[in-house]
Write a protein that binds this ligand. Structure first.
Ligand code: FAD
Ligand code: NAD
Length: 479
């Protein structure tokens, strides 16, 4: 028997309910939480209506199943009967119906590429799409099939002219060394633009160039089969876990020895854990181990630790499980995602950070990076919203940093302070913002970053627009 609270679930502020990244989520009916879905999938009920049989589905057949009570969707060649899942879908039934009777892969990737649907929908699997006779492919199609990366010999003139979207690779081998060279034709490739994993007999390198990601995957001794689509996860070991506040911990994970992954400033990853037999993923934003770690590109790709500040919600779904992990246990970590572009910081003069609760996490690397790498920077101000003094993450580090670096100022605003608190109080408001967001000169280049609970971010965005900051001057962190 699963032990779940009897109150309405997910909770009013649960990530399972709340809108993120501008996409709408709908309130789920009572008894339709993720936990309820998992329970249903484990009940032995026939969710496909096929009594466990898997079938080959033709396009014609797929098209027929386009009604709410008979809805099949194809994702990456696999067909699922999602009718039983309708009421459990956090994005609502209408959102699922957009893909009814058709291939929903693109739609799914746009909205939540990271969701581990294979595990969530495994009891709804109807079968595979039937193979179509091969059609002549144009080069775009071929590119897609190969995930954007072609061996150099196959890069045609047309492709080569496409610029950033046509890198190629080559490899050289000696008795002890295999060198794989990726020709990107780009000047500013950083260490964090390349993610490399080597596991047993497979080698995988992902190169991120502008809005594209290119993959080279090499089977080192014999052929391997893997699904390249979706997010790639590697198992990382929990090395330490330290209390930072009464409910927030600093988790340190160690990457596998043969992985190089440096999460770009402002991006997040997904952590994946099996919970009651189903793989569950949630987004988290890596931080530096402290505000004082120098932000420098390492000469060698030797960053093997990845740090997270994570708040444990006792009634939450994922964080209590994370908190149960023992040192030495494993968590899967995905490739990074996010739409923060580091060039937004170039030539910046004033940087304003508005963070609420764990919305502080993306600010950590942005702050470190800006103070260390942006010579034009005159001022960085953080307004940090929390409920009580006890909730403030890294308060003494922030105060020390403000003391040490005169460009940096921090202001704490509490929404539920004790009577001893003499600082600012309340929620985000136009009055607080207009006083706080003073440019160092009328023409200074400004960026305002904000992150926190969805209502905080939404209200903040509206207030900033009303204060006449342009879209280019604002970045909100969302999923
Ligand atoms: P949920 O199950 O989602 O619950 C969240 C809230 O609902 C809690 O208040 C919980 O108490 C309440 N609740 C749950 N069940 C019930 C119930 N039955 N009745 C009443 N109330 C209930 N978080 C971090 O800590 N650090 C980060 O670095 C971080 N980065 C993020 C990056 C992105 C891009 C996004 C979108 C989110 C990030 N988050 C981060 C939030 C994180 O992804 C999770 O949403 C968070 O950890 C809560 O997960 P959970 O499953 O434990 O809680
Ligand atoms: P919390 O409940 O402790 O609240 C912190 C502060 O947020 C409050 O003191 C208040 O000032 C403000 N706030 C809360 N509810 C508000 C409301 N309805 N209207 C206006 N202001 C409000 O916060 P928490 O539990 O630490 O939650 C942090 C949130 O930040 C989570 O929702 C998490 O998903 C989100 N987060 C997002 C990202 C991201 O998108 N990149 C990263 C980290 C955290």
């Amino acid at each position: 028997m699963l032990n779940v609270p009897s109150q309405s679930f997910p909770g009013p502020s649960s990530q399972q309910r709340v809108a993120s990244g501008g996409r709408s989520k709908v309130p789920l009916k009572q008894g339709r939480s993720l936990m309820d879905w998992i329970r249903l999938t484990k009940s032995g009920k026939d969710l496909t209506g096929l009594k466990g049989r898997l079938i080959e589905v033709t396009e014609e057949e797929l098209k027929k199943h386009n009604k709410k009570d008979d809805c099949w969707i194809c994702i990456r060649g696999f067909v699922y009967n999602v009718s039983p899942y309708m009421e459990y879908h956090p994005g609502g039934e209408d959102e699922l119906m957009r893909a009814a009777g058709s291939d929903g892969t693109d739609l799914f990737d746009q909205v939540h590429r990271w969701v581990n649907y294979e595990s969530m929908l495994k009891e709804c699997l109807v079968g595979r799409m039937a193979m179509k006779p091969a059609l002549p492919k144009d080069y775009h199609e071929e590119k897609k099939v190969l995930n954007g990366m072609l061996p150099q010999s196959q890069v045609t003139d047309t492709l080569a002219k496409e610029g950033p979207s046509s890198p190629s690779y080559d490899w050289f081998q000696t008795d002890s060394l295999v060198t794989i060279v990726i020709y990107t034709k780009q000047k500013d490739i950083n260490l964090d633009s390349v993610i490399v994993d080597h596991r047993d007999d497979s080698f995988r390198a992902e190169t991120v160039i502008k809005d594209y990601s290119y993959l080279v995957h090499v089977a080192l001794s014999h052929e391997i089969q893997e699904d390249f689509s979706g997010l790639f996860y590697r198992k990382c070991q929990l090395v330490s876990k330290e209390d930072m506040t009464h409910d927030t911990k600093l988790f340190c994970l160690m990457l596998p020895p043969s992985t190089h992954l440096q999460v770009p400033v402002g991006q997040h990853v997904y952590l994946k854990l099996p919970i009651t037999g189903t793989e569950i993923v949630k987004p988290y934003t890596p931080v530096s181990d402290s505000l004082f770690s120098e932000f420098k590109e390492p000469v060698l790709p030797n960053n093997i630790y990845i740090y997270f500040l994570i708040k444990i919600y006792p009634a939450g779904f994922f964080t209590p499980e994370l908190d149960q992990l023992q040192i030495g246990d494993y968590v899967s970590v995905s490739n990074p995602e996010g739409n923060f572009i580091i060039s937004q910081l170039q030539e910046l003069e004033d940087l304003f950070l508005l963070a609420a609760g764990t919305g502080f996490t993306p600010m950590v690397k942005v702050l470190n990076y800006a103070l260390t790498n942006i010579p034009s920077l005159r001022k960085v101000k953080l307004m940090f919203f929390n409920k009580t003094e006890d909730d403030i993450i890294w308060r003494s580090q922030l105060e020390k940093l403000a003391f040490k670096d005169k460009r940096f100022e921090v202001e704490f605003v509490l929404s539920a302070p004790t009577s001893e608190w003499s600082g600012k109080q309340g929620y985000i408001s136009p009055a607080l913002l207009s006083e706080f967001l003073r440019r160092s000169s009328d023409t200074s280049k400004v960026l305002i970053c904000l992150c926190g609970p969805t209502p905080f971010t939404e209200q903040g965005m509206k207030m900033l627009h009303d204060l006449n900051f342009s879209k280019d001057e604002i970045h909100s962190f969302t999923a």
